[in-house]
Structure formats: C-alpha cells, structure tokens
Design a protein around this ligand. Sequence first.
Ligand SMILES: [Zn+2]
Length: 463
Amino acid sequence: MKKIILCVVAFLLTVSSYGELKYVFYMIGDGMGSNQVLAAEMYQAELQGRIGRVPLTMTSFPVFGMATTYSASNGITDSSAAGTALACGHKTNNGCLGVDKDSVPVISIAEEWHKAGWPVGIMTSVAIDHATPGAFYAHVDNRSKYYEIGTQLAATGYEFFGGAGFHQPVNKKDSSAINLYDLCEQNGYTFARGYEDAQTKLNAEKLILVQQDDGVDKTQGSESLPYAIDRLTDYMTLPQIVETAISYLAPKGKFFMMIEGGKIDYAGHSDDAATNIQETLDFDQAVQLAYQFYLAHPDETLIVVTADHETGGMALGHGGKYVLNLQSLQYQNCSSWELNTHIQNLYKQYGKRLKWQQVQMLLRDDLGLFDKVELSAKQEAKLKAAYKNLVRGKGKTEKTLYNDISELGGLALEIFDKKGRVAWTSTGHTAANVPVFAIGVGAEKFTGWYDNTEIVKKIKAGR
Ligand SMILES: [Zn+2]
C-alpha cells in the first residue's frame, strides 16, 4: 500500500513539473536556518495565544530538502563562498566570490542563462554589490573589493538590479576613477530612486532600482534597506523591489530572478531575535509575491527558496526548561542597531549626568523592560551595573559584523531574548544545514539531503 501511495505521489509530482520553464525565482534568505523559519511561524501562533505554527508561504511549498553549507576552506562558510556555491555550483574558499579555490573564475547560472537570452534580475535588501548578489555576476578573489565588484555589475548587461545602492560607489584607491552610478549610466542603465520613481521607468532598457535619496540616512551603518522592525511608511521594501522586478521582467516572456533577504543575517550577527523574525516574515512576503506569480503561470514557473547559511546559532529554548515564550518578543519596538544608537545618543547628551531612570525609560520604550517584560532582581542589578559602567565611560562596545553593541545594549537584548526563551551561540555563522523549499517546474528534484553546490545544478536541469 505504502509503495502504491509513493508511486502516485511521484507520478503527481512528475505531472506537476510538466511544461516549459520560463520563469525562475531563486530566493535566498541570508542567514535563514531552519530555526529562523520555525521561530517566525511559532511566534505568530503564540500571538494568537496558542502553541504551534502559522505556516509561512515558503514552508507551504510541496517539496522540501536540506543542504549542507561548509566551504572549501572552512567548516563554517561566509556569504561569498556560500553565494558562489549557490550561484555557480562550486565550492570555494571563504572570502572568494565567483572564483574557485584556485582563484579561477566560475560562471554563475545568471551569466550562463543571460548569454542564452534570458532576461535577468538580481535584487536584495542590502547593497547590490554585496556577497550574495555579487556571486551571480562578479569574479574577485576578495569579497571586499566592492568597487571592482561594482564595475563588473555595470558590465553585465543584466536587465534589472534592485537594492539599497552600492556599498562603495567610488574607487578609494584612485580618486580619478569613475563613480559607479555614472559608469552604470554610461553602460545604458537607468536609475530609479525608490518604488514610486521605478513605476514611471518600467520602459527603461535596463533598470537599477535603489533607495530614494531624500537626504535622510536610512542605511543603518551599511548600505542596506532599514530593518522591517524600524521601517517607516515611506521606506522602500524588499517586496516592493520584487513587485517592480515582476512588472518589469514578466512582459519579456521569461526571466531568471535572484532575490536575497539580506538582513536576516544582519539581525543574526546582532543576536537579535525579534528583528530576525520580522526580517524572515518580510522575506516571506517577497516569497508570497513569487507564489502569486506561480499561481498565474503554474506550468512555466519554478520557485526555489533557500539560505546561504545559518547565522547566530539561534536556539529555541535554553536553560533546561521545556517552554517557549516567543510572544514576549512583540514588545521590542526597534532593532538592536537602533537600540544601541539610542543608548549612544543618550550618553552623548547627558554623559556622567545620565540617570538610571532615563536608561530604564529607554529600555521600557525599546524593549518593554520594567513594564510588559518583567525582570528578576538579579537581571535588574546586572543592567544597573552596565549602566554604571556606561556613565564611567567603561561600558565596552563589541564590534560585530554589522553593528556596534554596547555592553548595556547587548546585555539588555540578551536578557530580553532569554525572556522569550531564545538564545544564541555565536555572533557569526554556523555550519547548520539550511532548508530548501520548492514549487513548480522541476521542483521534485529538490527533495533530500544534499550539498549547497547541487541546488543550482538542479535548477539548471529544468531548462
Ligand atoms: Zn553573515
């Protein structure tokens, strides 16, 4: 009986994959391990007052697999080696982008298919020259050669790029070198600044959508869209970029898109659970847009959603207790980035005169501490000690990859996350397997347990 059911399932999957592949959505949640996905689902269920999960769009897909992520040089990959594996199907050393471990360029699926006449869109919630998007068009032996990566972007001829902007638009080593924005325009690209502007430029031959430049710094210390948890209504979002890309590329009759949710990783580096969950939910909104497109073109579309690695070693549960309290994360009102900025600003304003009550008020506003989230006497004492260090000018600041975390800010968030029963093992990446979700033409190939270099090969096999 079991055999018959399996045969029927296999047959149905084969039938469902019938059709000519015309539209590919390759979606990468940077730093989105299985626990990040589960946390977002269980958090939403707890908000409804129950234990369980509210399924995300990505986990509703019929096919699921798991991929290993180690690089050629390290048991734990960085985003450039993982990006190269996902884009090109080759293992490489950490730090390398679009080249193998001997620095020989390897070709990405986007380059290969673009040459074969496929319109290509590359988009992210961080900078368009960052490691994950860069893996789909650049070839450098060091991911921090941002200017060089940008010049390679300008030369791709890809139809669409979307993201916050360039990480490094000027050549720091040569002041006479052309600005990357000018270089792209020279190469026939039109820039749209913000979502509204993009809607008027959908007829452009080649389009690059970046954040609106209204003089307000929305980059939170690096060229990226602000975290979803900090977002104001006029800020451009990743789903808006994806919506624009679909409007722009769909009339061309076929496309390959890479869509990165880049700031799940940033929140993971900051060990910031509430921000992490909101970023995963935001990324899933982008998946939802791809899914709506799939529903209109089910026989011609493939959506693959995965991650490049897990970030932070996010643990759901700690301290030996068999409980979660994710709902308490709802009282966090801003990201770790903003929390630490607020602490810094308060200290700058008041210095030694800064009062404990002022700090309490800040922690109440940003994290709901001393109010919605109750603290033990021991926890309060710890925070007070960190406050005293701060006013003495001794509060150590830890520099993580995308955030400077003060002793007070780091401690407050650690206590807050543990109230939600979330703990972290690292401020870096981990070797944890990542999930792979798939639906559409050729989706059945993505079931199983395999290496991250296999994912792109499975996508290519569908063409
Ligand atoms: Zn990272």
